[in-house]
Unconditional design. Sequence first.
Lengths: 250, 205
Amino acid sequence: MSGDPILEIRNLSYAIGERTILRDISLSVREGETVVLLGRSGSGKTTFLKAVNGLVRPTSGEIRFEGKASSEWDIIHLRRRMGYVIQDAGLFPHWTVAANVGLVPRLENWDAQRIEQRIDALLRQVGLEPAEFRNRYPRQLSGGQKQRVGIARALAADPPLMLLDEPFAALDPITRFDLQRQFLELRNTMHKTALFVTHDIREALMLASRVVLFKDGMVDVLATPAEFLAAKTPEASAFLASLDDRWRPA
Amino acid sequence: MNGQLASEILALTLEHLELVLITIAVAAAVALPGAVFLAQRPRLRRWAVGFANVAQTIPSLALFGFLLPIPLIGGIGIRTAIIALCLYALLPILRNALVGLIGVDPSVRESAVAMGMTPQQVLWQVELPLAVPSIVAGLRIATVTTIGTATIAAAIGGGGLGVFIFRGISMVDMPTVLAGAVPAAIMALLADEGLEWIERRLSPG
């Protein structure tokens, strides 16, 4: 694992008309890190994630990925180097699980046999038995299974960076915890770098190498989980209050 | 039923079918690419759907009448008939295709783009396949209504089963009317069933 930043963002701002969504954000992400973007709804964390893979175009500032400014990247190629997982998985309903997982390898013209092997390996990695799940359609999956397939699809072409936008937010607590643990395990075995958006402070503290707290489109706190517990800003305190033991039954 | 009548029914049925098939082919060739184009352009879309709506409200006999004196596209015969029928078929095909294309789950489209599909790949591999059931539904409605409306084409020399119906009316002879109406009704029912079957077969998942 090298310490070079895989992703470097300098003074990023984004506005729609008069409305400023992101204000002067700088962040560098080193290889192997999971940087969790924490914040309330509308704090700009999702927009920030979308700016990273070019779904929104920043008004000013610079994004460098793998040492190259995003303006030097072919946008399609750039996106294929970043796995992308969203809340309701966004699986293609007309494709089987196998076809969904094999999407990027197919776009990248891998040979068929290699794609098939890759699909099986990935499904096992996310805890789905290929023989059972390969030929199912998304509507035949539970929420947790869809999300597993979504993660397998994002990992398919072994991208150096994963972007995850509240991937577990819609799951029940038990399935969510299960997937969070699996995510940690995957990250530790595959040394994946990830940008992970959530509004759940527990999830942030559990998964993060570093936490970035967003408030009104600005970075409020940037800290390791341990440091974050001691953060004193009003927004950090508001999030930390929800961890208070006082609300547990005796 | 004598042999001469039977062969005339067959000939006019085939002519009717030809009228319908050409109409649907032409209308689809305009409306489907049009829907793809308009799906991305909301403002233009309102105008286009508005135009197709207005065309739909013109009484069919009147529309044939309007077209008659227009140079190049007007006049007596099958060409004028097909142009008028196309104007009617346009709306259901266009509107249903638009509903299908616009109705694609935004999260599906977003992840397609975010995973690095080109706009062409998103269109051909995601949006169009997901819109197919709706597109076929539009073709089905257009086909069934065109089979009915095409009987009026006989009024301006377009031929088809309407020939029997107009002849029957002018002779006040019900069996002759039925010789045109019954095969047209059967054709409409078969087209409806057949296209509904295709629609179900092509539904995703």
